[in-house]
Ligand binder design. Structure first.
Ligand code: 3PG
Length: 357
């Protein structure tokens, strides 16, 4: 699939609205997962450096509960507001932010007029508006009025049929951001044309959501190594898999909170021969010692192997960040659910408007 790239469009003097990924855990006002935020830096720098361009960023944070009852700007819940992130975002992106606490068409128009050279506009959490998740067309039309182009640099939300993903491109020419392009290039390659032997390592919870992923890997991969809660669920449910799927042969304890020594050795042996490895989800209760052992040993085996390695998903990225090993993986996807969906089905809601037809 060929997608429309923002670098191929002349932007001089135009107004650009870019959807970015800012849905990150925040503790004591501090961003816990900078990787996602950093993923839009290149596009921000590129677009903002084009002559006379005015760039506004749109994103969501969390799932603010009462959006449907929201009636006024005063009701906005500060816990989900981007206001708390401004200082850190300025540092990470190296730009000055003009924060606009509303998506009102008139306010955005006025603020765009006031924008100074070197400033980037950041709009308030789009999920404060029920129209976002309702994919409200008239809301998208109004929001689009102040802009000439739409850029999707939000791979983590690419699977959602939301206003800021599929609605805005109905009213603005749409392009993929630089990181989004890389996501597609890498994931399409490892999904459809991996170098062999290709090994998928799948852990985490909720077997229902991971089953399509396991089945999809069975098609193009040589081994699918399964651990974590999903392995227990699969065993308990008596699920039968293709012979490429390897379930744990032992566990660390009776509660099966981690894969056992023999399984670790078996998985490591397969990983050491791989040319491609995709890893998603921890193999045990990694946040509690000693049940982090399986995940840590398998992660080290992935890093030590010669393989091209790809990972994604909230918990996997969390493990990498906790261990300071994020740069040891060849490609880290900013997506969680979106990466799983693309790897399982090969499709995402956002792609329709970004595809070159
Ligand atoms: C994610 O964290 O996977 C994305 O930001 C999507 O968030 P959502 O599951 O709340 O739509």
């Amino acid at each position: 699939m060929k997608i429309k790239k923002i670098q191929e469009q002349k932007l001089e003097g135009r107004k650009v609205l870019m959807r970015v990924d800012l849905d990150v855990p925040i503790e004591d006002g501090k961003i816990q997962d900078v990787y996602r935020v950093e993923s839009s830096k290149e596009s921000i720098k590129y677009i903002a450096s084009q002559k006379g361009v005015k760039l506004a960023l749109l994103s969501h944070l969390g799932r603010p509960k009462d959006t449907r009852e929201l009636v006024s700007e005063e009701a906005f819940d500060s816990h989900f507001s981007f206001r708390q992130m401004i200082q850190e975002l300025q540092q990470i992106w190296g730009v000055k932010i003009r924060f606009v606490a509303s998506l009102s068409e008139d306010l955005i128009k006025k603020e765009l007029e006031k924008m100074q050279e070197g400033e980037v506009m950041l709009l308030e959490n789009v999920r404060f508006y029920h129209e976002e998740m309702d994919n409200d067309e008239s809301f998208a039309r109004k929001l689009a009025k102040n802009f000439d182009f739409f850029v999707n640099e939000s791979f983590a939300v690419a699977h959602r049929e939301h206003m800021s993903i599929v609605g805005l491109p109905k009213f603005l020419p749409a392009f993929a951001g630089i990181h989004f392009q890389k996501e597609m290039e890498v994931l399409e390659k490892v999904k459809n044309h991996p170098e062999h032997p290709a090994v998928a390592v799948i852990g985490g919870a909720k077997i229902e959501t991971k089953l399509p992923l396991i089945e999809s890997f069975v098609e193009n991969y040589d081994y699918v190594l399964v651990g974590g809660k999903i392995a227990n669920e699969a065993i308990d449910q008596g699920l039968i898999f293709d012979k490429k799927v390897i379930l744990p042969v032992d566990f660390a304890n009776d509660d099966r909170l981690d894969i056992g020594e023999k399984t670790i050795e078996k998985f490591k042996d397969i990983i050491s021969q791989a040319e491609t490895i995709v890893w998603n989800g921890p193999l045990g209760k990694f946040e509690e010692e000693p049940f982090n052992r399986g995940t840590d040993e398998i992660l080290d085996a992935i890093i030590e192997s010669e393989a091209y390695s790809v990972t994604g998903g909230g918990e996997s990225v969390q493990v990498l960040e906790m261990r300071g090993k994020i740069d040891k993986i060849s490609f880290v996807s900013a997506g969680g659910g979106s990466m799983l969906q693309y790897m399982s089905s090969g499709d995402l809601a956002a792609l329709d408007s970004l595809e070159e037809k």
